[in-house]
Design a protein around this ligand. Structure first.
Ligand SMILES: Nc1ncnc2c1ncn2[C@@H]1O[C@H](COP(=O)(O)OP(=O)(O)O)[C@@H](O)[C@H]1O
Ligand SMILES: [Mg+2]
Length: 366
Protein backbone atom coordinates (compact mmCIF):
# COMPACT_ATOMS: atom_id res chain seq x y z
CA UNK A 1 0.00 0.00 0.00
CA UNK A 2 1.35 3.44 -0.82
CA UNK A 3 1.33 6.25 1.72
CA UNK A 4 -1.13 8.04 -0.53
CA UNK A 5 -3.82 5.38 -0.26
CA UNK A 6 -3.15 4.98 3.42
CA UNK A 7 -3.73 8.65 4.02
CA UNK A 8 -6.93 8.52 1.98
CA UNK A 9 -8.24 5.71 4.13
CA UNK A 10 -8.24 7.84 7.28
CA UNK A 11 -11.88 8.68 7.95
CA UNK A 12 -11.28 12.12 9.35
CA UNK A 13 -7.72 13.45 9.36
CA UNK A 14 -7.07 16.35 11.77
CA UNK A 15 -7.54 19.92 10.48
CA UNK A 16 -3.81 20.51 9.98
CA UNK A 17 -3.74 17.52 7.60
CA UNK A 18 -7.06 18.26 5.86
CA UNK A 19 -6.01 21.83 5.20
CA UNK A 20 -2.23 21.36 5.03
CA UNK A 21 -1.98 23.23 1.70
CA UNK A 22 -3.86 26.22 3.04
CA UNK A 23 -1.68 26.37 6.14
CA UNK A 24 1.49 26.29 4.03
CA UNK A 25 0.17 29.09 1.82
CA UNK A 26 -0.86 31.20 4.80
CA UNK A 27 2.52 30.72 6.42
CA UNK A 28 4.33 31.78 3.25
CA UNK A 29 2.36 34.98 2.82
CA UNK A 30 1.99 35.80 6.53
CA UNK A 31 3.69 39.11 7.22
CA UNK A 32 1.90 39.88 10.49
CA UNK A 33 3.51 39.74 13.92
CA UNK A 34 3.20 36.37 15.61
CA UNK A 35 2.68 36.03 19.33
CA UNK A 36 5.53 34.02 20.94
CA UNK A 37 5.23 30.32 20.15
CA UNK A 38 2.56 30.75 17.48
CA UNK A 39 2.70 29.19 14.02
CA UNK A 40 0.75 32.07 12.43
CA UNK A 41 -0.07 35.70 13.11
CA UNK A 42 -3.51 36.49 14.51
CA UNK A 43 -4.63 37.82 11.16
CA UNK A 44 -3.55 34.72 9.27
CA UNK A 45 -5.11 32.46 11.91
CA UNK A 46 -8.38 34.36 11.52
CA UNK A 47 -8.24 33.99 7.73
CA UNK A 48 -7.63 30.25 8.11
CA UNK A 49 -10.87 29.92 10.07
CA UNK A 50 -13.24 32.41 8.43
CA UNK A 51 -11.77 31.99 4.93
CA UNK A 52 -10.68 34.29 2.14
CA UNK A 53 -11.95 33.28 -1.32
CA UNK A 54 -9.41 35.51 -3.14
CA UNK A 55 -6.51 33.76 -1.43
CA UNK A 56 -8.04 30.32 -1.92
CA UNK A 57 -8.69 29.81 1.80
CA UNK A 58 -11.98 28.05 2.51
CA UNK A 59 -14.48 29.21 5.10
CA UNK A 60 -14.46 26.52 7.79
CA UNK A 61 -16.47 28.04 10.59
CA UNK A 62 -19.72 29.79 9.78
CA UNK A 63 -20.54 32.47 12.28
CA UNK A 64 -19.55 35.70 13.84
CA UNK A 65 -16.00 36.68 12.81
CA UNK A 66 -15.66 38.86 15.91
CA UNK A 67 -15.95 35.69 18.01
CA UNK A 68 -12.85 34.39 16.24
CA UNK A 69 -10.98 37.61 16.95
CA UNK A 70 -11.88 37.52 20.62
CA UNK A 71 -10.94 33.84 20.84
CA UNK A 72 -7.54 34.45 19.23
CA UNK A 73 -6.80 37.40 21.47
CA UNK A 74 -7.67 35.31 24.52
CA UNK A 75 -5.29 32.59 23.37
CA UNK A 76 -2.51 35.13 23.04
CA UNK A 77 -2.98 36.08 26.70
CA UNK A 78 -2.24 33.72 29.53
CA UNK A 79 -5.89 32.78 29.96
CA UNK A 80 -7.54 29.66 28.70
CA UNK A 81 -10.51 29.81 26.31
CA UNK A 82 -13.79 28.10 27.20
CA UNK A 83 -16.27 27.63 24.35
CA UNK A 84 -19.77 27.14 25.70
CA UNK A 85 -22.96 26.33 23.82
CA UNK A 86 -25.61 23.87 22.75
CA UNK A 87 -24.40 20.55 21.37
CA UNK A 88 -23.63 20.59 17.64
CA UNK A 89 -22.79 24.28 17.32
CA UNK A 90 -19.23 23.51 16.18
CA UNK A 91 -17.45 24.14 19.47
CA UNK A 92 -15.20 21.14 18.93
CA UNK A 93 -14.60 22.06 15.30
CA UNK A 94 -13.68 25.60 16.30
CA UNK A 95 -11.30 24.40 18.99
CA UNK A 96 -9.67 22.08 16.45
CA UNK A 97 -9.30 24.89 13.89
CA UNK A 98 -7.90 27.30 16.49
CA UNK A 99 -5.35 24.72 17.64
CA UNK A 100 -4.35 23.92 14.05
CA UNK A 101 -3.89 27.62 13.30
CA UNK A 102 -2.05 28.56 16.48
CA UNK A 103 0.13 25.46 16.97
CA UNK A 104 -0.08 23.66 13.64
CA UNK A 105 -1.32 20.69 15.68
CA UNK A 106 -4.82 19.97 16.97
CA UNK A 107 -4.19 16.48 18.29
CA UNK A 108 -3.34 17.16 21.94
CA UNK A 109 -6.85 16.36 23.13
CA UNK A 110 -8.24 15.37 26.50
CA UNK A 111 -11.76 13.96 26.31
CA UNK A 112 -13.66 14.84 29.45
CA UNK A 113 -16.04 12.35 31.01
CA UNK A 114 -17.21 11.03 34.33
CA UNK A 115 -14.27 8.60 34.38
CA UNK A 116 -11.52 11.01 33.30
CA UNK A 117 -8.56 10.85 35.67
CA UNK A 118 -5.63 13.15 36.33
CA UNK A 119 -3.36 10.55 34.72
CA UNK A 120 -5.09 11.07 31.42
CA UNK A 121 -4.59 14.81 31.70
CA UNK A 122 -1.08 15.16 33.12
CA UNK A 123 1.09 12.04 32.97
CA UNK A 124 1.24 8.38 33.80
CA UNK A 125 3.96 5.71 33.84
CA UNK A 126 5.13 2.91 31.65
CA UNK A 127 4.90 0.25 34.34
CA UNK A 128 7.42 -2.17 32.85
CA UNK A 129 10.05 0.59 32.79
CA UNK A 130 8.94 1.96 36.13
CA UNK A 131 9.49 -1.41 37.79
CA UNK A 132 12.79 -1.98 35.97
CA UNK A 133 14.32 1.50 36.35
CA UNK A 134 12.22 3.42 38.82
CA UNK A 135 10.71 6.80 37.95
CA UNK A 136 12.67 8.52 35.21
CA UNK A 137 11.97 10.69 32.20
CA UNK A 138 12.06 7.44 30.22
CA UNK A 139 9.37 5.72 32.24
CA UNK A 140 7.20 8.85 32.31
CA UNK A 141 4.32 8.82 29.81
CA UNK A 142 3.31 12.38 29.08
CA UNK A 143 -0.41 13.02 28.66
CA UNK A 144 -1.68 15.96 26.54
CA UNK A 145 -1.32 18.65 29.23
CA UNK A 146 2.31 17.84 30.01
CA UNK A 147 3.13 17.58 26.33
CA UNK A 148 1.42 20.85 25.50
CA UNK A 149 3.39 22.61 28.23
CA UNK A 150 6.74 21.08 27.32
CA UNK A 151 6.27 21.61 23.57
CA UNK A 152 4.52 24.98 23.71
CA UNK A 153 1.30 23.91 22.04
CA UNK A 154 -2.43 24.32 22.41
CA UNK A 155 -4.10 21.63 24.52
CA UNK A 156 -7.77 20.91 23.82
CA UNK A 157 -10.02 19.83 26.66
CA UNK A 158 -13.33 18.53 25.30
CA UNK A 159 -16.46 18.56 27.47
CA UNK A 160 -14.56 19.75 30.51
CA UNK A 161 -17.69 20.03 32.69
CA UNK A 162 -18.32 16.31 32.41
CA UNK A 163 -15.19 15.67 34.51
CA UNK A 164 -15.23 15.51 38.29
CA UNK A 165 -14.45 18.94 39.74
CA UNK A 166 -11.19 17.90 41.39
CA UNK A 167 -9.98 16.57 38.04
CA UNK A 168 -10.89 19.84 36.32
CA UNK A 169 -8.83 21.61 38.94
CA UNK A 170 -5.65 19.89 37.82
CA UNK A 171 -5.54 22.69 35.25
CA UNK A 172 -5.16 25.35 37.92
CA UNK A 173 -1.43 25.30 38.43
CA UNK A 174 -0.57 24.88 34.73
CA UNK A 175 -2.79 27.85 33.86
CA UNK A 176 -1.76 30.13 36.69
CA UNK A 177 1.84 29.22 37.56
CA UNK A 178 2.61 27.87 34.10
CA UNK A 179 4.29 24.85 35.56
CA UNK A 180 3.55 21.28 36.52
CA UNK A 181 5.28 19.34 39.26
CA UNK A 182 6.15 15.68 38.80
CA UNK A 183 6.99 14.85 42.41
CA UNK A 184 8.25 11.36 41.58
CA UNK A 185 11.18 12.80 39.61
CA UNK A 186 14.06 14.49 41.37
CA UNK A 187 15.91 17.67 40.53
CA UNK A 188 15.18 19.67 37.40
CA UNK A 189 13.14 16.86 35.89
CA UNK A 190 10.58 17.23 38.66
CA UNK A 191 9.30 20.56 37.37
CA UNK A 192 7.95 21.09 33.89
CA UNK A 193 7.68 24.73 32.79
CA UNK A 194 5.28 25.77 30.09
CA UNK A 195 6.87 27.05 26.89
CA UNK A 196 5.54 29.90 24.79
CA UNK A 197 2.54 28.79 22.76
CA UNK A 198 1.04 26.64 25.51
CA UNK A 199 -2.57 27.35 26.29
CA UNK A 200 -5.84 25.49 26.82
CA UNK A 201 -9.06 25.54 24.77
CA UNK A 202 -11.89 23.83 26.61
CA UNK A 203 -15.43 23.16 25.43
CA UNK A 204 -18.59 22.67 27.46
CA UNK A 205 -22.13 21.79 26.49
CA UNK A 206 -24.96 23.72 28.05
CA UNK A 207 -26.92 20.47 28.18
CA UNK A 208 -24.39 18.83 30.49
CA UNK A 209 -23.67 19.72 34.07
CA UNK A 210 -23.28 23.47 33.95
CA UNK A 211 -20.20 25.60 33.84
CA UNK A 212 -21.58 27.22 37.01
CA UNK A 213 -20.33 24.23 38.91
CA UNK A 214 -16.74 24.75 37.85
CA UNK A 215 -14.66 26.01 40.74
CA UNK A 216 -14.44 29.78 40.98
CA UNK A 217 -10.66 29.48 40.86
CA UNK A 218 -10.75 27.67 37.55
CA UNK A 219 -13.41 29.93 36.04
CA UNK A 220 -11.15 32.88 36.69
CA UNK A 221 -8.47 31.31 34.52
CA UNK A 222 -10.72 31.08 31.48
CA UNK A 223 -12.40 33.58 29.20
CA UNK A 224 -15.84 32.31 28.23
CA UNK A 225 -17.21 32.56 24.70
CA UNK A 226 -20.67 31.35 23.73
CA UNK A 227 -21.07 29.69 20.34
CA UNK A 228 -24.61 30.17 19.00
CA UNK A 229 -26.54 28.14 16.43
CA UNK A 230 -26.54 29.58 12.91
CA UNK A 231 -29.21 32.31 12.91
CA UNK A 232 -30.58 32.22 9.37
CA UNK A 233 -31.98 29.48 7.16
CA UNK A 234 -30.04 30.35 4.00
CA UNK A 235 -26.66 30.18 5.73
CA UNK A 236 -27.49 26.94 7.51
CA UNK A 237 -28.81 25.43 4.29
CA UNK A 238 -25.63 26.34 2.40
CA UNK A 239 -23.52 24.79 5.13
CA UNK A 240 -25.56 21.58 5.27
CA UNK A 241 -25.48 21.32 1.48
CA UNK A 242 -21.72 21.81 1.28
CA UNK A 243 -20.91 19.40 4.09
CA UNK A 244 -23.44 16.74 3.06
CA UNK A 245 -22.17 16.88 -0.55
CA UNK A 246 -18.64 16.30 0.67
CA UNK A 247 -19.62 13.42 2.96
CA UNK A 248 -21.70 11.79 0.22
CA UNK A 249 -18.88 12.04 -2.30
CA UNK A 250 -16.54 10.39 0.23
CA UNK A 251 -19.10 7.62 0.76
CA UNK A 252 -19.11 6.83 -2.96
CA UNK A 253 -22.48 8.41 -3.73
CA UNK A 254 -22.34 9.81 -7.26
CA UNK A 255 -25.37 12.13 -7.23
CA UNK A 256 -25.36 15.38 -5.26
CA UNK A 257 -28.09 15.96 -2.67
CA UNK A 258 -31.22 17.75 -3.95
CA UNK A 259 -31.40 21.32 -2.75
CA UNK A 260 -35.21 21.26 -2.41
CA UNK A 261 -35.05 18.14 -0.22
CA UNK A 262 -32.31 19.70 1.92
CA UNK A 263 -34.37 22.86 2.31
CA UNK A 264 -37.25 20.83 3.74
CA UNK A 265 -34.83 18.98 6.01
CA UNK A 266 -33.08 22.08 7.35
CA UNK A 267 -36.37 23.95 7.81
CA UNK A 268 -37.79 21.00 9.74
CA UNK A 269 -34.73 21.03 12.00
CA UNK A 270 -34.95 24.76 12.57
CA UNK A 271 -38.65 24.66 13.39
CA UNK A 272 -38.34 21.72 15.76
CA UNK A 273 -35.29 23.32 17.39
CA UNK A 274 -36.81 26.73 17.93
CA UNK A 275 -40.45 25.82 18.54
CA UNK A 276 -41.58 28.38 15.95
CA UNK A 277 -42.40 27.89 12.29
CA UNK A 278 -40.82 30.02 9.58
CA UNK A 279 -44.24 31.70 9.34
CA UNK A 280 -43.98 32.71 12.99
CA UNK A 281 -46.49 30.26 14.54
CA UNK A 282 -45.43 28.75 17.81
CA UNK A 283 -45.34 24.98 18.08
CA UNK A 284 -43.93 22.28 20.34
CA UNK A 285 -40.16 21.99 20.32
CA UNK A 286 -38.30 18.74 20.72
CA UNK A 287 -36.22 17.98 23.75
CA UNK A 288 -33.69 16.16 21.53
CA UNK A 289 -30.91 18.31 20.15
CA UNK A 290 -31.75 19.44 16.61
CA UNK A 291 -28.35 20.89 15.81
CA UNK A 292 -26.74 21.78 12.50
CA UNK A 293 -24.39 18.87 13.09
CA UNK A 294 -27.37 16.50 13.33
CA UNK A 295 -28.86 18.05 10.19
CA UNK A 296 -25.63 17.32 8.31
CA UNK A 297 -25.64 13.74 9.48
CA UNK A 298 -29.31 13.22 8.54
CA UNK A 299 -28.62 14.76 5.12
CA UNK A 300 -25.76 12.30 4.72
CA UNK A 301 -27.98 9.35 5.66
CA UNK A 302 -30.76 10.57 3.34
CA UNK A 303 -28.34 10.65 0.39
CA UNK A 304 -26.99 7.20 1.26
CA UNK A 305 -30.49 5.74 1.35
CA UNK A 306 -31.41 7.20 -2.02
CA UNK A 307 -28.22 6.04 -3.68
CA UNK A 308 -27.61 2.64 -2.19
CA UNK A 309 -31.26 1.56 -2.04
CA UNK A 310 -32.50 3.01 -5.33
CA UNK A 311 -29.60 4.54 -7.26
CA UNK A 312 -30.92 8.12 -7.05
CA UNK A 313 -30.69 11.22 -4.84
CA UNK A 314 -32.40 11.10 -1.44
CA UNK A 315 -36.08 12.13 -1.34
CA UNK A 316 -38.39 13.63 1.27
CA UNK A 317 -39.56 10.14 2.28
CA UNK A 318 -35.94 9.29 3.13
CA UNK A 319 -35.89 12.33 5.41
CA UNK A 320 -38.82 10.92 7.37
CA UNK A 321 -37.16 7.51 7.57
CA UNK A 322 -33.93 9.03 8.90
CA UNK A 323 -35.53 11.54 11.27
CA UNK A 324 -36.85 9.17 13.91
CA UNK A 325 -33.43 7.95 14.98
CA UNK A 326 -32.05 11.48 15.24
CA UNK A 327 -34.95 13.58 16.40
CA UNK A 328 -36.75 11.19 18.68
CA UNK A 329 -33.97 8.80 19.73
CA UNK A 330 -35.57 6.76 22.51
CA UNK A 331 -37.88 9.54 23.65
CA UNK A 332 -41.54 8.62 23.10
CA UNK A 333 -42.74 12.20 23.68
CA UNK A 334 -40.44 13.51 20.98
CA UNK A 335 -41.65 10.83 18.59
CA UNK A 336 -45.22 11.95 19.21
CA UNK A 337 -44.21 15.60 18.68
CA UNK A 338 -42.45 14.67 15.47
CA UNK A 339 -45.54 12.82 14.29
CA UNK A 340 -47.72 15.86 14.99
CA UNK A 341 -45.23 18.06 13.16
CA UNK A 342 -45.45 15.90 10.04
CA UNK A 343 -49.24 15.75 10.34
CA UNK A 344 -49.93 19.42 10.91
CA UNK A 345 -46.97 21.65 10.11
CA UNK A 346 -45.56 19.84 7.07
CA UNK A 347 -48.95 19.98 5.41
CA UNK A 348 -49.12 23.72 6.00
CA UNK A 349 -45.95 24.42 3.97
CA UNK A 350 -46.38 24.92 0.25
CA UNK A 351 -44.30 22.90 -2.21
CA UNK A 352 -43.90 19.46 -3.66
CA UNK A 353 -41.27 18.27 -1.17
CA UNK A 354 -43.34 19.37 1.82
CA UNK A 355 -46.30 17.44 0.52
CA UNK A 356 -44.05 14.42 0.01
CA UNK A 357 -42.80 14.79 3.59
CA UNK A 358 -46.36 14.89 4.87
CA UNK A 359 -47.35 11.91 2.73
CA UNK A 360 -44.44 9.85 4.08
CA UNK A 361 -45.34 10.43 7.76
CA UNK A 362 -46.40 6.78 8.17
CA UNK A 363 -42.69 5.81 7.77
CA UNK A 364 -42.11 6.94 11.36
CA UNK A 365 -41.83 3.86 13.54
CA UNK A 366 -44.35 3.04 16.24
N1 LIG B 1 -21.27 27.27 12.55
C1 LIG B 1 -20.76 26.17 11.96
N2 LIG B 1 -19.74 26.27 11.09
C2 LIG B 1 -19.23 25.19 10.50
N3 LIG B 1 -19.66 23.93 10.72
C3 LIG B 1 -20.67 23.75 11.59
C4 LIG B 1 -21.27 24.85 12.25
N4 LIG B 1 -22.25 24.39 13.06
C5 LIG B 1 -22.25 23.05 12.93
N5 LIG B 1 -21.30 22.65 12.04
C6 LIG B 1 -21.07 21.26 11.65
O1 LIG B 1 -21.36 20.48 12.78
C7 LIG B 1 -20.26 19.60 13.08
C8 LIG B 1 -20.23 19.19 14.54
O2 LIG B 1 -19.89 20.20 15.35
P1 LIG B 1 -19.09 19.93 16.70
O3 LIG B 1 -17.85 20.74 16.61
O4 LIG B 1 -18.92 18.49 16.96
O5 LIG B 1 -20.15 20.55 17.70
P2 LIG B 1 -20.09 20.67 19.27
O6 LIG B 1 -18.71 20.38 19.72
O7 LIG B 1 -20.52 22.09 19.50
O8 LIG B 1 -21.10 19.70 19.79
C9 LIG B 1 -19.07 20.34 12.58
O9 LIG B 1 -18.00 19.49 12.34
C10 LIG B 1 -19.64 20.91 11.29
O10 LIG B 1 -19.69 19.90 10.34
MG1 LIG C 1 -18.08 18.85 20.94
Amino acid sequence: MTTETRRDAVQRPPAEVRYADELVRLRETDDGERPPGWALSLRAARTFIVGDPDAGISRKFVGDASLIDRALVTLATSRGLLLVGEPGTAKSLLSELLAAAVSGDSTLVIQGGAATTEDQIRYSWNYALLVAEGPSTRSLVAAPLLRGMAEGRVVRFEEITRCPLEVQDSLLSPLSDRMLAVPELSGDDGLVFARDGFTVIATANTRDRGVNEMSAALKRRFNFETVFPIPDLATELDLVEAQASELLARSGVRVPPRRDVLEVLVTTFRELRGGVTERGDTMERLSSVMSTAEAVSVAHAVGLRGWFLRGEAGQAADVVACLAGTAAKDNADDLARLRRYLEQQARGHAGEQWQALHAARHLLPG
